[in-house]
Design a protein around this ligand. Structure first.
Ligand SMILES: Nc1ncnc2c1ncn2[C@@H]1O[C@H](COP(=O)(O)OP(=O)(O)OP(=O)(O)O)[C@@H](O)[C@H]1O
Length: 252
């Protein structure tokens, strides 16, 4: 089991945003997390990735308890997340965004360059080659010198996902990757994600687009009002009466 979320709750003031939720993500699977607005999906992502401390419960990644660790430490262990809105730097180019060296990497320490300049250069070269390879894989190589601000919303989202791969994650949490992306880019994204899974990546995906979710996921969890109300294969989930009632508004 790569990721094990055990009875996690998150309370904001008087509001129980996530209420005793457990889920498991198998190595090399694509797992979906769906539910209506305000169900607690993003909050659960934040608890898993270390952006919020959970009020109760634990998260285990590769059998190690990570629920007490900060996000940057969790990212260096191999678990990264994307956000609903792009976190990239609008006035940087696509390539410059890729090269923002993740925290915890040697290159960020100023003294490192003084004592070992050659190693830093080698590492930068390695980052650059990795970035170019990823941009090609994500169909953004031709846009590498364009400012993030000049990309379409969909391209900016794909650039943000590509940027997360600079950390070489083993599991990536994707928060609404298909939102605001036109159908052509969406199909491209499905192909890219399936290819990355074939290369060994594990994914946990939140999205409102059920077609996108069912074309990707092996297994789906459904949240409503902070609670896990159903789990199963896409076929099981989309004929589950509870899911139809709360998520599809009673229209099957
Ligand atoms: N930082 C916060 N402080 C207080 N309440 C919050 C905070 N973040 C989220 N909430 C509340 O927690 C509940 C769950 O929100 P969350 O964003 O996790 O839902 P979601 O399922 O991701 O929704 P959406 O699909 O609309 O993104 C909501 O009622 C929301 O208002």
């Amino acid at each position: 089991m790569l990721l094990n979320v055990n009875r996690v709750s998150k309370i904001f003031g008087g509001l129980i945003a996530v209420n005793d939720v457990s889920l498991k993500v198998q190595t090399n699977s694509i797992t979906g997390l769906i539910g209506p607005n305000g169900a607690g999906k993003s909050t659960l992502f934040n608890c898993i990735a270390g952006y919020y401390p959970a009020t109760n419960g634990d998260v285990y990644f590769k059998e190690e308890k990570i629920s007490h660790l900060p996000a940057n430490k969790i990212a260096t262990l191999g678990l990264a997340r994307t956000f609903q809105t792009s976190q990239g730097f609008a006035q940087m180019t696509v390539m410059e965004n890729m090269m923002v060296i993740p925290k915890g990497q040697r290159g960020e320490h100023p003294w490192w360059g003084l004592i070992n300049g050659k190693k830093v250069k080698e590492q930068e070269e390695e980052h650059r080659n990795n970035a170019l390879k990823l941009l090609e894989e994500f169909g953004l190589l031709e846009r590498k010198n364009d400012l993030i601000a000049n990309l379409s919303a969909g391209e900016a989202r794909i650039a943000e996902i590509a940027r997360q791969f600079m950390l070489n994650p083993e599991v990536l949490l994707l928060d609404e990757p298909a939102a605001g992306i036109n159908p052509t880019l969406q199909n491209q994204l499905v192909k890219i994600l399936l290819k990355l899974r074939a290369q060994g990546l594990t994914l946990l995906i939140v999205d409102h687009n059920l077609g996108f979710i069912s074309s990707l996921c092996d297994y789906i969890y459904v949240l409503n009002l902070g609670q896990n109300i159903a789990e199963g294969t896409p076929q099981e989930i989309f004929k589950n009466p509870k899911v139809i009632e709360v998520y599809l508004g009673g229209t099957a």
